[in-house]
Design a protein around this ligand. Structure first.
Ligand SMILES: Cc1cc2nc3c(=O)[nH]c(=O)nc-3n(C[C@H](O)[C@H](O)[C@H](O)COP(=O)(O)OP(=O)(O)OC[C@H]3O[C@@H](n4cnc5c(N)ncnc54)[C@H](O)[C@@H]3O)c2cc1C
Length: 249
């Protein structure tokens, strides 16, 4: 079935966990199999609903990390909060074959398609990379060469989700810049910089672009989004270009 044929579905539906594996020590990749597929735009999220045997329900939102080109396999990147209710379930209890209630796709503001053009500046930390990963994968799947840069904050290289995949994508595509900002480790190579996302790292990642960023997407915890949005603006992104997605915290 092509993407254009995929039905839009409202309300709750059932999905099946078809893959689950650690991306980093704190972030787990969970792939949900969907039949029929789910049509969505890069940047959107879904709501998941868990129901306990006594009927108690908990709902949480998770961004889609896979690209719209694989609508029958929805990838999520779920970060474990030790005192959380739902995220530890995915790390400690959920298994391949489990059924999960899902609703979506949701969100019409934090979305990007190749037709929207660029330059495209993406800034995330932790599981906040998820919707940005969907945009990067969508861009790659379409063979798009819009100037794009992804800045990813992490404590160490081992704690940066999708590091190997992003490095491979950047190696194959000179129009895609990747910069890991490592707050507790020194740089391993040219794709790393010690420190946090700031105006200087934004300027470094966007140097050589034909003009300022047209679309800026910032995603992560509240504190990270506040700091990174400010860094984007100080680093030259035009006011009005910045869209944010806040995960809480
Ligand atoms: C649009 C949207 C998309 C999201 N996408 C993702 C995603 O792709 N991956 C992902 O892992 N999470 C994502 N989240 C966050 C997710 O919905 C849950 O809030 C998160 O998994 C915590 O749920 P919990 O039940 O484990 O913790 P809870 O029981 O809800 O909370 C436990 C404690 O942690 C605090 N807390 C909640 N979120 C954070 C945070 N991000 N950082 C630090 N402290 C926090 C709470 O204030 C509370 O004190 C998204 C949130 C939104 C709104």
């Amino acid at each position: 079935m092509s993407l254009a044929d995929a039905p839009r579905i409202s309300g709750w539906r059932s999905a099946t966990i078809v893959e689950a594996a650690p991306l980093t020590p704190r972030v787990k990749r969970v792939v949900l199999g969907l039949d029929p597929p789910l049509r969505f735009r890069a940047g959107q999220h879904v709501d998941l609903r868990l129901t306990a045997p006594d009927g108690y329900q908990a709902r949480r939102s998770y961004s889609i990390a896979s690209g719209p080109e694989t609508p029958d396999r929805l990838e999520l990147a779920i970060e474990k909060l030790d005192d959380g209710e739902v995220s530890p379930f995915f790390h400690e209890v959920a298994e391949v074959g489990d059924a999960i209630d899902l609703r979506g796709p949701i969100g019409g503001h934090f979305v990007w398609s190749v037709e929207d053009g660029g330059p495209l500046l993406l800034i995330g930390a932790g599981s906040g990379v998820a919707p940005l990963m969907s945009m990067v994968r969508h861009r790659a799947a379409r063979g798009d060469r819009t100037p794009a840069a992804l800045l990813l904050g992490a404590r160490t290289a081992a704690e940066a989700p999708y590091r190997e995949e992003l490095l491979a994508l950047a190696a194959a595509d000179p129009s895609l810049g990747i910069l890991f900002l490592l707050s507790r480790e020194s740089a391993h190579g040219p794709f790393d910089r010690a420190g946090r996302v700031d105006a200087a790292s934004v300027r470094a990642a966007t140097a050589g672009w034909p003009g300022p960023a047209r679309h800026v997407f910032v995603c992560g915890s509240n504190a990270f989004v506040n700091a990174a949005a400010e860094a984007a603006l100080s680093g030259g992104a035009p006011p009005g270009s910045v869209r944010t997605e806040r995960y809480g915290g």
